[in-house]
Design a protein around this ligand. Structure first.
Ligand code: AMP
Ligand code: MN
Ligand code: MN
Ligand code: MN
Length: 283
């Protein structure tokens, strides 16, 4: 099967490689089709496109939109979007502004337990892009509050722990509408990470489909291999296509390197089944 990876991050969001470095790394790992899906931003697409043309890789323009749904945070991928589309751009700009407010509140929470200047510390971990919990996590690790990413997200920044703040992201309806307006395909990212029971997961998939959502990640760097079959089945049941993505954030910061993901289970209909630029490569 053609090597497709439809989920990755650059320094525009919380990845460690610039868009150019990321594309080169993907190509070196044998990835043929790569989607750049930075959190709530599309600013890396231009550079990634240029690098992809040089590396002989097919780039899919994407983004990963932060959504609040029934008191939870979900991530919705927009793939094959027009990154210039005004509705999408305005929506993402609104989320990015709200990230700044949240970052201030995170810093206030951390100050309460004696961790000072974390906003400046987190900023120092960002390149030019958004500010996220990942940057706070890197600051906390750099200052000896935790040894690695895994342990920092057990002790800080998550519900019930210091540095957690509740936040209202975009609605599911808005995120899907922006993606569709921008000519893209909406895909639920890493459904296995949301800890939804069967009923809630069913509600989500039905609502997402009804809004015009097209697919869900089945093979994901954030999924345990045991989950692939389960989500392949759910995708079929709800008439959603299947996607495949590493969710790569950079060396030492990801469960899986690019180009290492297994193929989609054979019963899946890939989300790229009618994408000409992918079919051309497979031919
Ligand atoms: P934010 O969108 O600012 O809330 O930050 C979420 C990001 O934090 C995710 O995209 C991941 O990159 C990172 N993250 C969240 N939980 C974990 C975890 N348990 N281990 C590693 N990274 C995590
Ligand atoms: Mn991330
Ligand atoms: Mn995500
Ligand atoms: Mn991601």
């Amino acid at each position: 099967m053609i090597k497709v990876d439809l989920h990755s991050h650059s320094t525009v969001s919380d990845g460690l490689m610039t868009p150019r470095e990321l594309v080169r790394h993907a190509a070196a790992q044998g990835v043929q089709v790569l989607a750049l899906t930075d959190h709530d931003d599309v600013a890396g697409i231009g550079e990634a496109r240029e690098a992809a043309a040089q590396a002989g890789l097919t780039l899919i323009a994407g983004t990963e939109i932060s959504v609040s749904w029934r008191n939870r945070t979900l991530h919705i991928l927009g793939l094959r979007i027009d990154p210039e589309h005004p509705a999408l751009q305005q929506g993402l700009a609104r989320i990015r502004e709200s990230r700044l407010v949240r970052a201030q509140r995170i810093a206030e929470e951390l100050a309460k337990i004696g961790i000072a200047d974390s906003l400046e510390g987190a900023r120092a971990q960002t390149a030019e892009g958004i500010i996220s919990r990942t940057h706070f996590a890197r600051f906390l690790i750099a200052n000896g509050h935790a040894k690695d990413m895994k342990s920092v997200f057990k002790r800080y920044l998550v519900k019930g722990k210091p540095g957690y703040v509740q936040h209202a992201w975009a609605s599911l309806e808005e995120a899907v509408a922006w993606i569709l307006a921008a000519g893209g395909v909406a895909v639920i990212a890493h459904p296995g990470r949301y800890d939804l029971g069967k009923t809630l997961m069913g509600d989500l998939l039905a609502e997402f489909k009804q809004l015009g959502g097209a697919g869900m990640e089945v093979v994901s760097g954030s999924h345990h291999p045991d989950q692939y079959g389960q989500y392949a089945l759910l995708a079929r049941q709800f008439g959603l296509r299947a996607s495949r993505g590493s969710d790569y954030h950079g060396p030492g910061h990801s469960y899986m390197d690019m180009g290492r993901l297994p193929d989609l289970p054979s019963q899946c209909e890939p989300v790229w089944h009618d994408w000409q630029e992918v079919l051309a490569r497979a031919a």
